[in-house]
Design a protein around this ligand. Structure first.
Ligand SMILES: [Cu+2]
Length: 157
């Protein structure tokens, strides 16, 4: 009797955890990760996170990024090849009109470079002009993509 009561309590706990505000965000779909020339990405990280391109073998080099995206404000790479936007700094990227279709890129966080490596975005030919917003939910080490179907966790599993 006691065992089954505990089971029921446990089940409710799981249900509450999966439907509550603290539930894990799902992974993005391929469509969520597809960009077109003219699309923009705006990163607005909280104060403990900042966008980084390059500087690691599992992150797209800054040189490759510069061939795909126009960055505002434009960061500069350090001696290790890492281009960092700064903690809590908003960064806006526009996909270049001559970005090669099929190109992919990913990025990470300058404060948590091994924990916040993202899955890849892909650039495809087609009409652009869509905006994509990426944030960090407070202290957790996660990049979140805002989409019409809800928040998606961009971190590489
Ligand atoms: Cu971070």
């Amino acid at each position: 009797m006691q065992k089954s009561l505990l089971c029921v309590i446990g089940l409710f706990g799981l249900l509450a955890a999966s439907s509550g505000p603290l539930s894990a965000q799902p992974a993005p779909t391929p469509a969520d990760l597809t960009l077109h020339p003219g699309d923009t990405i705006t990163w607005t990280p909280t104060s403990t996170h900042g966008v980084q391109f390059g500087g690691r073998t599992d992150v797209t080099t800054f040189t490759a990024i510069q061939g795909l995206l126009t960055l505002d404000p434009p960061p500069t790479a350090n001696a290790q090849g890492a281009a960092q936007a700064g903690l809590g700094k908003t960064l806006k990227a526009t996909v270049k009109s001559d970005a090669v279709a099929g190109s992919t890129f990913n990025f990470t966080c300058q404060a948590h470079p091994s924990d916040m490596v993202t899955v890849q975005f892909k650039i495809e030919a087609g009409a652009g002009g869509q905006s994509h917003d990426i944030t960090t939910p407070g202290a957790t080490k996660k990049w979140i993509l805002k989409t019409a179907t809800g928040d998606k966790n961009l971190n590489k599993p």
